[in-house]
Design a protein around this ligand. Structure first.
Ligand code: ATP
Length: 253
């Protein structure tokens, strides 16, 4: 197992947001976490990436306990994420945005690279070539030299995705990757994610768009009021009575 959550609970003061959460993400798969608004999904990502600490339970990545590891160290260990609210540098080009994402993994500082200082030329050239390749994975390479500000909302999401890949993560966490995308952009992103998986990346996403999650994920866990109520293949999840009730309410179900 690449990632294991064992009996995780999280309280904010008196509010119990997660209770006894258990699930695993396997190497090489596309895994999805779904659940109604406020179920605790983003809290799970914040625990995995070290922004929050669990009240109890353990999180293991590559068999190491990462429950008390600081966020930047989590990135170094190979976990990258995108956020629900877009965080691209709008006044920088797409290429520069991705190069910035790499900086942890290069020996030279970003500032030096961007300033073209002699000894750093090679590192800069390599970084730019790699950034261009990552942009091509999300079909944004033709816009590499444009400012991020000129992108549509959906394109900015894809730029964030490319930037997260720049750290060469073993595990990529995507928080609502298709939020704000139009249907054509969603379909495109679906095939791009499949391609990225085929390159050996493991992907774990939170997503509300059922067509997207069901079409893409190999396994899905469902969180409701802080508890995992189901885990399985998309077909198992679609037909699970407790899941249907969580989404529709008992009356309608
Ligand atoms: N830092 C915090 N302090 C206090 N309460 C918090 C904190 N972070 C989250 N919560 C609460 O925890 C609960 C779960 O929030 P979380 O954002 O994890 O849900 P979610 O499933 O990601 O929701 P959504 O789908 O709407 O993004 C909510 O009631 C939220 O208000």
């Amino acid at each position: 197992m690449l990632l294991q959550l064992n009996d995780i609970s999280k309280n904010f003061g008196g509010l119990q947001v997660l209770q006894g959460v258990n699930f695993n993400v396997r190497q090489g798969e596309i895994f999805g976490l779904i659940g109604p608004n406020g179920a605790g999904k983003t809290t799970v990502f914040n625990l995995i990436t070290g922004l929050l600490r669990a009240s109890s339970g353990s999180i293991r990545f590559n068999d190491d306990d990462i429950g008390a590891v600081a966020p930047h160290k989590i990135t170094e260990r190979g976990i990258a994420r995108t956020f629900q609210n877009i965080r691209v540098f709008k006044e920088m080009t797409l290429l520069e945005n991705v190069v910035v994402g790499m900086h942890d993994h290069l020996n030279y500082g970003v500032a030096s690279m961007l300033l073209n200082l002699g000894g750093f030329r090679n590192a800069e050239k390599e970084a730019r070539e790699r950034a261009l390749e990552l942009l091509s994975w999300v079909r944004l390479d033709h816009k590499a030299h444009m400012l991020a500000d000129s992108l549509s909302y959906g394109e900015q999401r894809k730029l964030e995705f490319a930037r997260a890949l720049a750290t060469k993560p073993k595990l990529l966490l995507l928080d609502e990757p298709v939020a704000g995308m139009n249907p054509a952009e969603k379909t495109e992103l679906m095939s791009e994610i499949v391609n990225i998986k085929q390159r050996g990346f493991t992907i774990f996403m939170i997503e509300h768009d059922m067509r997207f999650v069901m079409g893409l994920c190999e396994r899905i866990a469902v969180l409701n009021f802080g508890k995992i109520i189901a885990e399985g293949t998309p077909d198992q999840i679609k037909n699970n009575q407790e899941v249907i009730e969580a989404y529709l309410g008992k009356e309608e179900a």
